[in-house]
Design a protein around this ligand. Structure first.
Ligand SMILES: Nc1ncnc2c1ncn2[C@@H]1O[C@H](COP(=O)(O)OP(=O)(O)OP(=O)(O)O)[C@@H](O)[C@H]1O
Length: 360
């Protein structure tokens, strides 16, 4: 566990015993989340994401493994025996962990203000006035001051999620777990909610664990990412590391979807200029990050090697302040020049993938 870890999971196992079947939902997962992280956990449905994050606040007891939140053990396995935090100690630890869900989970018979008040309604250290001020402040923070007397049924999906966020923040958590919180929202509303989460992370220093099946959401706000498959974390690291150098095919698939490369590639490959590609021309993909950028790359191919690059697809993202780009190009020129150019481009740290044609 690193010193800054706010959440540390060690060797977490979750098994469900169903009638005749044992479901091994989480398999030996270890993960450290640092204070201030927005940690994205990506995976397809059934990968075990929800089960894993519910372990963090013990909504799901791990079958075995250690869960430390702020260095407090919520679950601990020693000598093959797992013990769990209980009673008021567990309640206090849970106050530090807010949670939001895909379907908002609001109380429909209560107003927006009463929904937000609910977690602190029985708090004896705050006066009624302080509680009301707190609710008003939280509604202002999520941009809903003017809807405090509305009922959930009178709100849009995005507004409902804002109420849920305000409610999750009422007990001053240090951690917010977002379980597919944008999955039921349209793209524009999704962006607005992600922007709100990012601003809460910056303003309040809130640590956010974001689980989703959409790499796009992770790409927009996370600084770290873990990819889950079949109960295991198959790959994790900084957003930039994962995006620029994914190791596992599933991670590559998620990234290609998020950067629209998959779509771009399909369209490019259907074009006559590609279907009729003649040797020695080749179709290649350049992927680059940081200081290398697309324009000088293309012009140097011409200037230094006499190669004409026809750009068929391009995408540049700014990830954690670093430009990350993908270009799909047809290179035309002398076969030897193409080979030398590609070799030198690789030396400069650009990833080159040959998509069609042969290097002869
Ligand atoms: N309470 C439970 N009892 C039995 N099996 C469960 C329970 N909760 C989850 N599972 C099973 O554990 C596996 C992982 O489910 P989980 O909900 O964690 O996946 P997920 O990645 O969050 O997917 P989704 O986004 O669809 O919820 C699935 O096979 C699921 O059926």
């Amino acid at each position: 566990m690193s010193e800054q870890s706010i959440i540390s999971l060690k060797n977490i196992e979750v098994k469900f015993q169903q009638k005749n079947q044992l479901i091994h939902a989480v398999k030996d997962v270890s993960l450290d989340i640092e204070r201030g992280d927005i940690y994205g956990i990506v995976g397809y449905s059934g990968a075990g994401k929800s089960t894993l994050v519910r372990v963090i606040n013990l909504l799901q007891k791990p079958t075995s493994g250690t869960v430390l939140v702020n260095n407090i053990p919520l679950a601990e396995t020693n000598n093959n025996k797992t013990t769990y935090l209980q009673g008021s100690k567990l309640r206090n630890a849970r106050k530090k962990i807010g949670m939001i869900f895909q379907h908002f989970n609001l109380m429909n018979e209560r107003t927006v203000a009463d929904n937000v008040l609910f977690p602190i309604a029985r708090n004896h250290t705050l006066t009624k006035e302080q509680k009301n001020t707190k609710v008003a402040d939280l509604l202002a923070l999520v941009g809903l001051s003017d809807r405090s007397n509305a009922y959930p049924s009178q709100l849009s999906g995005g507004q409902k999620q804002r109420v849920a966020i305000a409610r999750a923040l009422a007990s001053d958590p240090e951690i917010l777990i977002s379980d597919e919180a944008t999955s039921a929202l349209d793209p524009k509303t999704t962006n607005a909610i992600l922007a709100l989460l990012k601003s809460l992370n910056e303003k309040l220093g809130l640590t956010i664990v974001l689980i989703t099946h959409e790499m796009q959401a992770v790409k927009d706000i996370a600084n770290k990412v873990a990819v889950m498959e079949n109960g295991q974390i198959i790959e994790n690291g900084s957003l930039l590391e994962i995006f620029t150098n994914p190791q596992k095919q599933l991670t590559k698939d998620f990234i290609d979807t998020a950067t629209q490369l998959e779509d771009g590639l399909a369209k490019v490959q259907a074009q006559p200029i590609v279907t009729n590609l003649q040797a020695p021309d080749v179709l290649v993909q350049f992927s680059y990050a940081g200081e290398t950028t697309g324009e000088p790359l293309i012009s140097s191919l011409f200037k230094e090697y006499g190669i004409v690059a026809n750009i068929l697809f391009g995408n540049v993202e700014i990830l954690q302040s670093t430009p990350v780009g993908t270009l799909i190009v047809i290179l035309s020129g002398e076969s030897h020049a193409i080979q030398t150019a590609l070799h030198n481009v690789k030396e400069q740290g650009v990833k080159v993938t040959l998509l069609k044609g042969e290097l002869i």
